[in-house]
Every structure is written in structure tokens, then in C-alpha cells.
Design a protein around this ligand. Structure first.
Ligand code: PLZ
Length: 425
């Protein structure tokens, strides 16, 4: 096998530089809570491929299901010749997503594609156009989803013009909005919607129940339920983007459940299929089925191999109770992070839910973001063999997203490396 150095030289001459990588090492294999590179170095995985391999890399059931499916047929296109695996994934999603009502699902390839389709469906069902999104939101990199995403650099810079009829309102961000309560923050956002957009023009309110790329922002209690209630009253579709929070990540199957919110539509991807590309829009039957036959689709959406992987992933999550595993990870990691915060005045806040935990760095004694220190901690972590991601509008948040099957020993080793990385501050 080529070394990472050789692969990097080949890459520089062949791969577009717009597609960048966090570490210079090339993957050879991965599983559980670790990854091994082509030079034989082992890494502790606190990234899970950005919240994708919740069941771990090459999870046994996923591998078996994919092998069996790939030998039967690889693709027929569901729009031409349908197959059971697609239907079974939609049945699972109806059961697993919050809300007891009649649901329908459509399958796609990526998170961005799911969000685009949720917007298409909401517009079709309401006959309205305006989409309300939030500060710090991340919804993807396609043209429509760039418009929905807040941060310009690197996601939007130079890629305009962007889609119209997207309206951004303030998010509940307790650490940065003066500690507004959920109801106060919702009243403020709703006031902006009513004045700047007009309730009767709103097709959908689209929100990540815990923001991902934007900084692992957990809204104050009451914010999400108030927005869902307002949407219902306004005749707008309430869409939860659970692409990063879904599939046991936050300690329940979906983050909306923490506050008893039942979204009209929910977008999922990432953790759904243990690393194979699959995404979904699931929601109220009357909204989903407002779209005419043939109005939704795509060549690969709900590919049979990806569906087989999804069914095996979901079974694995249920069998191993990975929601409980996420809560266990939090119970181990949070006290360690709190202790770290007590030692480092540059840590402004520890937050998150389940195995979606964050450390926000600030200039000591203020809430001014500390991006350089954050980058330095991440670099030190990478040098020591810890796959660690940052996030946040201000680039000052360190995020923990381990596979939910990480062992206690691997988790402990990863946390120790993180603690050591902070010592470089
Ligand atoms: N919605 C909430 O987190 C993807 C993107 C990383 P795709 N987040 C990781 C990057 O820099 O591209 C994401 C998300 C939420 C939508 C998406 C988009 O999902 O599968 O990347 O299209």
C-alpha cells in the first residue's frame, strides 16, 4: 500500500483543492472507536465521519447485509422497478421518527438533497414560498441549501447568486444571546417572522433541533416547542433537520424527542445507513402526498445497497441500544470536559446532548470567540492521533462525535488526548 506521503503527492495533482481534508493521513481500515492509516498508525475516532458511523465502521450486520444485497442486485432505480428494501426503510422511519400519525417517506442520496426535497414538498403542500431558517444554520452545499446555510466562508463564498425567499431569524443560543429563555427567544424570532416575512407567506420553518456545523448550539428549553406551535397556527410546515442529530446520537432516536416535539417533516441522512449514502424525508402523510406522482425522485435515491445497510444499521442501533450508549458516553465525557473547563479559563461553555458534545472557546473573561486557540487544540489533537472536529460560526467550538459503539477504553484514551491537547493553550 502507498504511504500517506505518496498518496498526498498523487492527490495534489489529481484532486480539486476545493475538496480539503482535516488530516494528512490516508485511511486503511476503521472500526469500533478507531481508525488505522496506511502507515499503520492508529487514531481514536471522535468524528465518526461527521456523525455518520454511529454503529461503527464496517459494523458486522451492515457488512453482511451489503454483501448479500450486492450479490442479488446493485441497482434497478426505484422509479423504474421497485424493491422491498426501499419500502422497509420507509416503514422503519415511520415507526422510529417522533409522532404517532400516518407518515410517508421518500429516499434520497445526501442530506442536502433531503433538505431540498423537504422544502419542495412544503412549498407544494402549502402553496407558499417563504422558508424561515436560523442564524448559525447548516443545511448543505447545493444551491438551495447554501441559501439556507448561514456561514459564508467556506460554504458560500463566490458561489452565488443564491435562491430567493429564504429568511433568517435569530436562534436561541443561551451562551451568546444573554441567556434568553426559550420562550423569550422564540417570541423574538416569531416577531421577526411576522414583521419581516408575514405569517401567511411562510411555507416552512426549518431548524436543526441541536445545531451541528453552526456550533452544537442547544436552544433553550421551550424554543423548539414554541416554534412548532407557531408553525401549526400559521399553517406552515415545521421541518426538523435531524441529519446530524438523528439515529441515537443525542441519547434518543431523534433530538426532537427531548422536548416532545413532533415535526411535520423530518430530514435524515448520515447515521441512517452506517456509512452508505442514503437520506430521507419523512412526515405527515397529507403533506408528503400533496406532491403529484412523479414529482419526487432521482436515479439513485434509495439505492438497494444503501437501503440494506440502513436496515442493518437500524437493527444494530436497536439491538445494542445505541441511544443508551450515547447517554453513557455523555456520562463519561461530560464530567471530564467540565473538569477541563475548570482548569482552562478559555473554555466558555461545555454543552451538547448525548454523544454530541461541544467545548466553546473564548477570550478569558469574555464571550469573544477564540478561533486560533481552537485550531491549535485541534492541531495538537491530530498530532497525537485523535480525530477531532471543530465547528461554529466563529470557528471556536470543539465537537465530540464518537461512534456510539466506542469502547470505554477508547473513549478514555481519546479524552486523555483531548486534555493533553488543551495543555498546549
Ligand atoms: N443538514 C444538519 O449536518 C451535513 C457537512 C460537512 P450532506 N453536515 C456535514 C461539510 O463541510 O460539507 C448536514 C448537516 C445538517 C444537512 C447536512 C448536509 O448533508 O449529506 O453533507 O449533504
Amino acid at each position: 500500500m502507498s504511504s500517506s506521503g505518496e498518496l498526498h503527492r498523487r492527490r495534489s495533482a489529481a484532486v480539486a483543492r476545493g475538496v480539503s481534508s482535516m488530516i494528512p493521513a490516508y485511511v486503511s481500515s476503521a472500526g469500533g472507536g478507531t481508525m488505522t492509516d496506511v502507515d499503520g498508525r492508529e487514531w481514536i475516532d471522535f468524528a465518526a465521519g461527521i456523525a455518520v458511523t454511529n454503529v461503527g465502521n464496517s459494523a458486522p450486520k451492515v457488512v453482511a447485509a451489503v454483501k448479500a444485497q450486492v450479490e442479488r442486485f446493485t441497482h434497478s432505480c426505484f422509479m423504474i422497478a421497485p424493491y422491498e428494501q426501499y419500502v422497509a426503510v420507509c416503514e422503519e422511519l415511520a415507526v422510529r421518527t417522533p409522532g404517532e400519525f400516518d407518515k410517508r417517506t421518500a429516499l434520497f442520496n445526501s442530506g442536502a438533497e433531503a433538505v431540498e426535497n423537504a422544502v419542495k414538498i412544503a412549498r407544494h403542500a402549502t402553496g407558499r414560498q417563504a422558508i424561515v431558517v436560523f442564524d448559525h444554520a447548516y443545511h448543505g452545499r447545493t444551491n438551495l441549501t447554501m441559501a439556507l446555510t448561514a456561514k459564508v466562508m467556506p460554504y458560500k463564498q463566490g458561489f452565488g447568486p443564491f435562491a430567493p425567499e429564504i429568511y433568517r431569524v435569530p436562534m436561541s443560543y443561551p451562551f451568546r444571546d444573554g441567556g434568553r429563555s426559550g420562550t423569550e427567544a422564540a417570541a423574538y424570532a416569531i416577531g421577526q417572522i411576522e414583521k419581516h416575512v408575514g405569517a401567511s407567506n411562510v411555507a416552512a420553518v426549518l431548524i436543526e433541533p441541536v445545531q451541528g456545523e453552526g456550533g452544537f448550539v442547544v436552544p433553550a428549553a421551550g424554543f423548539l416547542p414554541a416554534l412548532a406551535a407557531w408553525s401549526k397556527q400559521a399553517g406552515a410546515v415545521f421541518i426538523a433537520d435531524e441529519i446530524q442529530t438523528g439515529f441515537c446520537r443525542t441519547g434518543s432516536w431523534f433530538a426532537s424527542e427531548h422536548e416532545g416535539v413532533e415535526p411535520d417533516l423530518i430530514t435524515t441522512a448520515k447515521g441512517i445507513a452506517g456509512g452508505l449514502p442514503l437520506a430521507a424525508v419523512t412526515g405527515r402523510a397529507e403533506i408528503m402526498d400533496a406532491v403529484h406522482p412523479g414529482g419526487l425522485g432521482g436515479t439513485y435515491g434509495g439505492n438497494p445497497i444503501a437501503c440494506a445497510a440502513a436496515l442493518a444499521s437500524i437493527e444494530t442501533m436497536r439491538e445494542l441500544d445505541l441511544a443508551a450508549a450515547a447517554r453513557h458516553i455523555e456520562s463519561v465525557a461530560r464530567p471530564r470536559l467540565e473538569a477541563l473547563a475548570a482548569k482552562h479559563p478559555s473554555i466558555g461553555e461545555i454543552r451538547g446532548r448525548g454523544a454530541m458534545l461541544a467545548v466553546e472557546l473564548v477570550v478569558p473573561g469574555s464571550i469573544e470567540p477564540e478561533a486560533a486557540g481552537t485550531a491549535a487544540v485541534a492541531r495538537a489533537a491530530h498530532e497525537s492521533g485523535l480525530l477531532l472536529l471543530t465547528c461554529g460560526t466563529y470557528g471556536n467550538v470543539i465537537r465530540l462525535l464518537p461512534p456510539l459503539v466506542i469502547s470505554d477504553d477508547e473513549l478514555d484514551r481519546g479524552l486523555t488526548l483531548l486534555e493533553q491537547a488543551f495543555a498546549t493553550l
